[in-house]
Design a protein around this ligand. Structure first.
Ligand code: CMX
Length: 141
């Protein structure tokens, strides 16, 4: 059974949303949707619609934000891939039962009203994977 619904969004770490956004909107012609402050992650997030998927620009709001640490170590660029799922707690339990290292052993609130949980990048050859469960009306693709 395929339990992954889609690539919901791709997270891109940037120093400044204001500086990064014009490439996506003016140059590529994608549609800017909204900016949101996710205090728990110490990031500002800009959603951009890209057809069936979204791009999520992530700007750190504090030097101890995971995104600030990422940029310091690896520079701006692709930060995570978010896979759309239903029943996120079940998906997390499946991973734990398979011995997959999870950053989150239970879901938490993320941007756009979603419930999210991260798989550790050491499980996936260096790619930070996010499970993302959204209500149908919230920033859904
Ligand atoms: N993608 C791939 N690898 C990553 C990574 C990322 N986004 N972030 C960190 N890493 C790697 C580091 O390069 C490092 O690798 P090496 O050991 O080979 O050097 C390793 O993970 C450990 O990194 P670190 O800098 O020491 O940082 P921490 O261990 O403190 O944290 C991580 C790493 C992934 C556990 C942490 O960033 C985390 O919990 N991330 C999930 C939360 C998050 O990213 N929130 C921001 C977005 C929120 C949102 O979308 O709403």
């Amino acid at each position: 059974m395929n339990v992954i619904k889609n690539v919901n969004h791709i997270g891109i770490a940037v120093n400044s949303i204001e500086t990064a956004l014009p490439f996506y909107t003016e140059t590529l012609g994608l549609t800017f949707e909204a900016v949101e402050h996710v205090a728990s992650q110490r990031v500002r997030v800009a959603f951009i619609s890209a057809g069936n998927c979204k791009l999520e620009l992530l700007e750190p709001t504090s030097p101890d934000s995971p995104v600030a640490k990422f940029i310091e170590k690896r520079g701006e660029g692709i930060h995570h891939i978010a896979l759309g799922v239903d029943n996120i707690e079940e998906r997390i339990q499946q991973m734990i039962e398979k011995g997959i290292p999870m950053i989150d052993n239970q879901s938490r609130a993320g941007a756009g009203g979603a419930n999210i949980a991260f798989v550790h990048p050491k499980a996936s050859k260096g790619v930070l994977v996010e499970f993302c469960e959204k209500a149908a009306t919230q920033h859904d693709s």
